[in-house]
Write a protein that binds this ligand. Structure first.
Ligand SMILES: [Zn+2]
Ligand SMILES: [Zn+2]
Length: 61
């Protein structure tokens, strides 16, 4: 389990609800704790669902 960012294209999941994110309508940002790249779907963003960083476990709004 050491291959993470090898040419990952459009296979991303929302960190809040786990839905497979399609290109249209998602937001991504870096974890304020560890800098891990986080993807979130539009719905969760709109609802301000909590997210949890899969790397460090940081949770935020
Ligand atoms: Zn979501
Ligand atoms: Zn993190």
């Amino acid at each position: 389990m050491s291959t993470e960012d090898t040419a990952s294209g459009d296979r991303q999941n929302c960190v809040s609800c786990g839905v497979n994110i399609v290109r249209a309508g998602f937001t991504d940002f870096d974890c304020p704790e560890c800098g891990h790249h986080i993807h979130r779907c539009r719905k969760c963003r709109k609802q301000s669902n909590l997210y949890r960083c899969p790397e460090c476990g940081f949770t935020g709004p």
